[in-house]
Every structure is written in structure tokens, then in C-alpha cells.
Design a protein around this ligand. Structure first.
Ligand code: AMP
Ligand code: FE
Ligand code: FE
Ligand code: ZN
Length: 293
């Protein structure tokens, strides 16, 4: 049984429609798939129809863009935290308003990044929009696609490793919802908040002393339900630490691919998966909308 709880479609920064994502999931031998586009539920209906036709299970989800305020070396900093929300009520007014805000903030930020990039490259806002399906949640991947279209880089990952990286000189953070507020709202909407790829991208030689114990304990006290431990970007040291924390607080542990399409990102459907026991816990905790199993 392969349960993959994190994937993206053209409704955000994936390269394939919800239908195609589910068709590919069936080919990859995935049995149950969550569609978790960034800050939108617009792909759910199409995903549900495709899943039913293909005999797959469908879990409605969202990857909510949030940020956490942290103190480091005496300074206030913001770090980006992606919060997966499973089975939230899509009609919950406050949650949908936060998602709408997030989409708008992402657009303002993307436009500002394009203005910076336009000083050095032939990129335009129209070219970026050409890379997107109408109504899709925008992110750096659309900017990467525009740079590929211009021949500046040969693929998305090359853009992320250079020009579009945090230290590439064109990066602007998105001032999205506070992580604690997002957790509260997801819970209010009957959803199950699970941190996506926690400490993702941290170096493999991450020092145990640098693990944000206090911060994570606060998130747990604030209603966090679990961690996506098995994800290709989560370093081994962090995995062991997260498993310990999950054990201590009886939290949910998931594993997922974070698929963005054959040509969107190297992540492959079903490359990580969630156990049926953990999946059952998500189903019993979530009450905003039903999964289609
Ligand atoms: P943003 O949320 O706009 O800062 O962009 C980050 C998003 O880019 C993440 O949600 C990933 O889905 C995507 N991303 C990160 N690294 C890569 C990569 N190497 N190739 C393609 N997409 C990526
Ligand atoms: Fe993404
Ligand atoms: Fe993410
Ligand atoms: Zn994702």
C-alpha cells in the first residue's frame, strides 16, 4: 500500500494538471494520493474525479505558506514554514481568506522579484504569466520557467541553485501568515496541520545543538499534529530528532514525495510514503472534509 501525502499540480507550481498527476500516480503504483497545491484548493474537484475513475484514493490537502518569527543572535528573523493541512473545510471563511491573502502576497513578491531580475535579464511579468495556468498560485518556479524560456538556465533546478536561490541577489521573502495563526486556523477548519519537509535543506552535517527544540515544542503546544519526516529534503540528523519528538508528544509522522511533475522537480511519486496506521490517524483527526478512499 503506497500512501503519498504531498503533490502539486498546475493549480500551483506543478507541471501537470490534477488529472495527469493522478494518472501518473496510478502508473507509479501509488494507491492513495493527497493533492496539496500551495495555498489553494482549486484542484480538489478535478483530482477527486480523476482518482475515482482510476480507482485511487484522494486526500484533499493544502500546503499553506507561513512564516515563523525567530530570535537569532539578538535579531528578529523570519523563516519560511510550509504547513500541510489535510481535510480542512475549504469553505471555512477565515482560512480561505488567509489563503487568498497568501496568493496575493506571493504575486506582489513575484512581481518585485521580476523587477529586480529585469535589471539583468530580459524577463517580463507577461513572460512569467505565460508559464502559468490561469488562477494558479505563483511561486519562484514560474520565474524559473521564464528564465528557462529565455535560455538563461536550462532547467528549473539550475535556476534554484543560482539566480533564484536565497543568496542569488534577487530573492525577496514572502510576508505570509504567522505559523501559529495558520495552525490555529487549520484546526478550526477541521484540518490536520503537519509541517512539510521540516528543516528541509539544512546541511547533512547539521549540529544537534542547532536543532530548534524550543520552537518546535511551542508549535506542538499550539496544535501542530505532526511532521513530514520522510521527505528527500529532510536531513538524517533532523529525521532522528523529529522521530524522537513525535514519540515524546505522540504526534503523526508522514512520508511523501512532494511531486511537482516529471519535469518540475526530481521528486518521484511514491518515493516516500506514509504508513496505513499514521494515515488512519489523519483520517480520524480531520473533520473539515472527507477523504475519498
Ligand atoms: P517559493 O515558495 O516561491 O519561495 O518557491 C519555493 C518553491 O519552489 C517550493 O515550494 C518548491 O516547490 C519549488 N522548488 C524548490 N526547489 C526547486 C527546484 N530545484 N526545482 C523546482 N522547484 C523547486
Ligand atoms: Fe512547490
Ligand atoms: Fe514545500
Ligand atoms: Zn510541496
Amino acid at each position: 500500500m503506497i500512501i503519498d501525502l504531498h503533490s502539486h499540480s498546475t493549480r500551483s507550481d506543478g507541471k501537470e494538471s490534477p488529472t495527469e498527476v493522478f494518472e501518473r500516480a496510478a502508473l507509479a503504483g501509488v494507491n492513495i494520493l493527497a493533492l496539496t497545491d500551495h495555498d489553494t484548493t482549486s484542484g480538489w474537484d478535478e483530482a477527486a474525479t480523476a482518482a475515482q475513475r482510476l480507482g485511487l484514493g484522494f486526500v484533499p490537502g493544502i500546503e499553506v505558506t507561513t512564516r515563523a518569527k525567530v530570535q537569532r543572535e539578538g535579531h528578529t528573523r523570519f523563516i519560511s514554514v510550509h504547513m500541510l493541512a489535510y481535510l480542512p473545510d475549504p469553505k471555512h471563511a477565515a482560512l480561505s481568506s488567509v489563503l487568498g491573502d497568501s496568493v496575493a502576497i506571493r504575486e506582489t513578491r513575484a512581481r518585485a522579484m521580476v523587477d529586480l531580475l529585469a535589471k539583468d535579464f530580459d524577463i517580463t511579468w507577461d513572460l512569467v504569466l505565460e508559464q502559468l495556468t490561469e488562477g494558479a498560485t505563483i511561486g519562484r518556479p514560474a520565474l524559473a520557467d521564464a528564465l528557462v524560456a529565455l535560455g538563461v538556465v536550462s532547467h528549473r533546478s539550475e535556476a534554484f541553485e543560482s539566480i533564484l536561490s536565497k543568496h542569488g541577489g534577487y530573492y525577496i521573502p514572502a510576508e505570509t501568515a504567522d505559523v501559529f495563526d495558520a495552525i490555529t486556523l487549520i484546526r478550526e477548519a477541521g484540518g490536520v496541520p503537519i509541517i512539510a519537509h521540516p528543516l528541509g535543506g539544512a546541511p547533512d552535517n547539521l549540529d544537534r545543538g542547532d536543532l530548534p527544540q524550543e520552537h518546535f515544542e511551542k508549535l506542538i503546544a499550539g496544535g501542530l499534529a505532526g511532521f513530514e519526516v520522510y521527505h528527500r529534503e529532510v536531513p538524517q540528523v533532523a529525521r532522528e530528532w523529529l522521530l524522537g519528538l513525535a514519540d515524546k508528544h505522540d504526534l503523526i509522522v508522514t512520508g511523501s514525495s512532494d511531486y511537482h511533475g516529471e519535469h518540475g522537480k526530481p521528486n518521484r511519486l511514491g518515493e516516500n510514503s506514509t504508513t496505513p496506521e499514521m494515515f488512519e490517524r489523519i483520517l480520524s483527526l480531520g473533520s473539515g472534509v472527507e477523504a475519498q478512499i
